[in-house]
Design a protein around this ligand. Sequence first.
Ligand SMILES: [Zn+2]
Length: 212
Amino acid sequence: MKVRPISFTAGLGLFLAACSSGGPGFTTRGLIAPTAQCAADPSSFGVGEELTPFDEGNGCGIPNPWRMVSLSGVQLSKPATLNCGEISAVNDWLNATVQPAAAHDFGQRVVGIDVAASYSCRARNNHHGARMSEHGFGNAIDISAFTLADGRKVTVEHGWSGKSDERAFLRAVRKEACGEFTTVLGPGSDRYHYNHFHLDRAVRRNASTYCH
Ligand SMILES: [Zn+2]
């Protein structure tokens, strides 16, 4: 019975040590928050719930958050918390790009995607001192795999240099994501994105895109 209080104390000590290491570990300088407006109601094209707006007081937060479990019949591997605009963008990309590419390359629909990350209050690439990630605005999604109607799973990590149909599909959906999204990263972008696509809607002063 004495174990619990001891482990609790040890856990608390670790927590305090982490907090005292200083600040959120990122800078928000130069970042432009995405719009709080919601052009489309996510419940009209997906299954999910509207959340209470939140602000963590350090740059992270979402004024128009939703927690989605599916979009246009595509099941998410885990619920994704995103801002309203990012949800619309993911949904549009699934319908305008992913499904046509899946029909072309596999002759079937995508029925699921593996969500590696959605809202996350952290620095870019978890680099202490870097800029806050767009994930901190709920403005980015990381997708690591696509599941086809027949159960076949196409992963970014292995499919990128895998079978020819997987290579074609993954390259098409990545290339055509640029525009809908303003930042598109994946295998070859850097050492962090070898196993997923990062799709965000970062607002830049010159309205440029960063798709590498
Ligand atoms: Zn990401």
